[in-house]
Design a protein around this ligand. Structure first.
Ligand code: G16
Ligand code: MG
Length: 573
């Protein structure tokens, strides 16, 4: 075992750690050097969605000590940044230990003289973002590892605009954390001082804001019986999704009972992630039994939502995040036009790994579409930078996250569920399904097909392998993929795009990030990046063709599927 790592682990044998932690570390040092290596080789770092790690002992794990130390660092930074006084809001999801970590966080913040608003029980992440703005807080925290597997937990940290920390704040918080010499420097106990429990009143304010997003309440009133199946997948969605659907006017909502109870063991699923077909399977079964119109599932902290609809043959299909995003954007942009609400400085926003179809849609509708790095914090950052000059309409990304309006500065599955159901009701009222609506979008702008491959590589060794894969692609990029020439390479780490035919390099106007994209002559786009939330490398594929008639859907779809298969083969994945 590396002597440095062992040294770090041995520090946990003294210095005030509790007896159970000490004996666990002792045992692991003797019996499981691999686990000690992974648990201590680094400190938890801010990734795409905050700190995230497996729960257990160690500096690279989620436990009372890493949560407390992170909070002490965050508190120090907040106190320095806002010398006139600091207020924070704290929430948590349904994961094991989430309440405990939320209370640790509240204690440490309060002990540092910070006024704390702690949600009395589990709540969706977007409500926390809303609460920060509503209460005029300078910061906030949600204890959640979102859709990660059950052994994980995490720490989403927010700034005063209700958005997750972006540079320089994330780096500055980490710098403060690194100054902390030992757990003795953490002020652990602030209970009784400065902690106010919040709940019902905040729910009411948030629900009222959500209700104001509705564009066609009169259509929902007509189509109130739209048959909706909803699963919270054992997460926080149960606290507000049925309520907002009722307030929007829907009367035929069926919650998947087997997955209604919040439970950090997520007993009915392998991964509590609506991106996984398996997590949606009980909902789909129920929908088939009921002959429902739509199925929706939210992740444990209710910031992402997956949906399923029926195709033209009546078969249930799961839509991916790109498809849902384009449907939703199309609905909102068209509705704004029809109602005369559009403004010349309206814009929409998505991430660089989200379908180019949205750029095409935006250009055809004379609305600006901005692209940011992966991570909703970057969309929120853009909104803040443009809030005095441009008007944000909606944003979204391929990983099942969407945001409507800017009252919440993180993706919001509560708002999304309500608006997706309103969109389905609107389509139904026009005598069409969401599937038909999607095909119509393809007819207008092109048939785009996206798919994602994630390769899991765990631990220190896995992280090194992922870094090596990225270096290989960077140093030895493919020149032809599936018979189509690579025409441009976007390297977001080096911050330039190279046109291969001329060798010309152009600057990319985004912060540095380890992402590579290959654009092919036929318009296909392949992106590669290490995940910032899980030990994975992700490859995104996007291919497209024009679609001339509904009768062609099957043929074009097969051709696009074949294209993706060939690309994956040529990339040797
Ligand atoms: O995990 P969540 O739902 O909090 O969401 C977070 O992580 C997702 C996955 O990130 P990565 O591809 O780096 O794993 C991002 O797409 C998302 O924008 C971010 O807010
Ligand atoms: Mg989530």
């Amino acid at each position: 075992m590396d002597a440095n790592i062992l040294g770090k682990a041995e520090q946990w044998l003294h210095g005030g750690y509790d007896a159970e932690t000490v004996s666990t570390v002792e045992k692991l040092i003797k019996e499981n050097p691999d686990e000690i290596t992974d648990a201590f080789y680094r400190n938890l770092e801010f990734g795409t969605g905050g700190l995230r790690g497996v729960m257990g002992v160690g500096t690279n794990r989620m436990n009372k000590y890493t949560v407390g130390t992170a909070t002490q660092g965050f508190a120090n930074y907040l106190n320095k940044s806002f010398p006139d006084g600091v207020k924070v809001a704290i929430a948590h999801d349904s994961r094991n230990n989430s309440r405990f970590f939320a209370e640790v966080t509240a204690n440490v913040m309060a002990a540092n003289g910070i006024k704390v608003y702690l949600f009395e029980s589990l709540r969706p992440t977007p409500e926390l973002s809303f609460a920060i703005r509503h209460l005029g807080c300078q910061g906030g925290v949600v204890i959640t590892a979102s859709h990660n597997p059950r052994e994980y937990n995490g720490y989403k940290a927010y700034w005063n605009d209700g958005a997750q920390l972006v540079p320089p704040h994330d780096k500055n918080v980490i710098a403060e954390v690194e100054k902390i010499q030992g757990i003795g420097e953490v002020k652990w106990t602030g209970w009784g001082q400065n902690i106010t429990l919040i709940g019902k009143e905040m729910d009411e304010a948030y629900l009222a804001m959500l209700k104001s997003l509705s564009v066609y309440p009169e259509v929902v009133a007509k189509q109130h019986a739209l048959k909706i199946v909803y699963t919270p997948i054992h997460g926080t969605g149960i606290t507000l999704v049925p309520e907002i659907l009722q307030r929007f006017g829907f009367t035929n909502v069926h919650v998947v009972e087997e997955q209604a109870k919040p439970d950090g063991n997520f007993p009915t699923v392998v991964y509590p992630n609506p991106e996984e077909a398996e997590a949606m399977s009980i909902g789909l079964k129920k929908a088939a039994e009921l002959d429902a119109d739509i199925v929706l599932g939210t992740d444990p902290d209710s910031d992402r939502v997956g949906i399923a609809v029926k195709d033209h043959t009546g078969k249930w299909i799961l839509l991916n995040g790109n498809q849902t995003a384009v449907l939703l954007f199309n609905y909102i942009v068209e509705a704004r036009k029809r109602k005369g609400l559009s403004k010349p400085n309206d814009y929409i926003c998505k991430t660089i790994v989200t379908s180019d179809l949205i750029d095409v849609f935006a250009a055809s509708n004379q609305i600006t579409c901005y692209n940011t790095l992966t991570g909703f914090k970057w969309i929120a950052d853009l909104i803040r930078r443009k809030e005095d000059t441009e008007h944000f309409v909606c944003g979204g990304e391929e990983s099942y996250g969407y945001m409507i309006g800017d009252n919440v500065r993180d993706k919001d599955a509560i708002a999304s569920v309500a608006m997706i159901c309103e969109m389905a009701a609107y389509a139904k009222n026009e005598g069409r399904s969401l599937y038909e609506q999607l095909i119509d979008i393809y007819l207008r702008y092109g048939f785009y097909k996206e798919s994602l491959i994630s390769i899991t590589k765990k631990g220190m060794k896995g992280a090194e392998e992922i870094a090596e894969m990225m270096t290989r692609y960077r140093e030895n990029p493919p020149t032809v993929i599936n018979g189509s020439k690579v025409v441009k390479i976007f390297d977001y780490e080096q911050q330039f795009v190279t046109t291969l035919a001329t060798g010309e390099k152009q600057q990319l106007d985004l912060p540095k990030s380890n992402v590579l994209q290959f654009l092919l002559e036929d318009g296909s786009r392949i992106s590669a990046r290490p995940s910032g939330t899980e030990p994975k490398i992700k490859f995104y594929f996007s291919v497209h063709e024009s679609l001339d008639s509904v009768a062609d859907v099957e043929r074009v779809e097969q051709a696009l599927d074949a294209k993706v298969t060939n690309i994956i083969h040529d990339m040797q994945l």
